[in-house]
Ligand binder design. Structure first.
Ligand code: ADP
Length: 163
């Protein structure tokens, strides 16, 4: 069975990677799909986010990385996937995730959203917090894959040099 793990992944963190790794043990194939239209001002382009995901997931055989425009359920139909994976860190995620899951169910009743709980060690972790730490010059070692850490530093150096 194919599952889609959709998100912004701006950038992928160890929390996302943990979900991807666990999902590969449950599903035959996991498509990690970067949504093109979620965030107005992402730090990384869709292509950069996909490249980082590819590097971070290089050790996983049944994972592919892709991107999509428009509705996630339409993308799922196109890929022949009946499952969307999302995950929950805290109660604060619940309201938004429930709303999205119910809307997606209404849009396409054949697609199920399945939730995986975060691992305890990553429950506090988010892409935006990682970006904030990096911006403030604090190490993000252990919070993101090595390739993301390097790219984050390079990106911030570039934006500081460019103004
Ligand atoms: P969104 O898709 O809402 O823009 P993300 O791309 O950050 O957000 O996340 C995609 C999915 O991964 C969401 O279901 C989110 O709750 C989940 N997620 C984000 N950070 C973590 C984490 N540290 N641990 C587990 N799941 C996470």
């Amino acid at each position: 069975m194919i599952a889609i793990y959709p998100g912004s992944f701006d950038p992928v963190t160890c929390g996302h990677l943990d979900i991807i790794e666990r999902a590969t043990g449950v599903f035959d194939h996991v498509i990690v799909a970067v949504a093109r239209n979620l965030e107005k001002q992402p730090l990384f382009t869709v292509e950069e986010r996909m490249e980082l995901l590819r590097q971070a997931c290089g050790h996983l055989k049944n994972v592919s990385v892709d991107c999509f425009d428009g509705l996630t359920v339409d993308y799922a139909r196109e890929k022949g996937a009946k499952v969307l994976i999302r995950s929950l860190r805290a109660v604060s995620d619940f309201e938004y995730e429930l709303q999205m899951a119910l809307m997606n169910k209404r849009l396409n009743p054949d697609v199920e959203t399945l939730f995986m709980m975060t691992s305890a060690e990553y429950s506090f972790l988010s892409s935006s917090l990682v970006k904030e730490l990096a911006y403030l010059g604090t190490s993000v070692n252990g919070l993101v894959p090595k390739c993301v850490e390097e790219k984050l530093l390079a990106k911030l150096r570039m934006s500081r040099a460019g103004g």
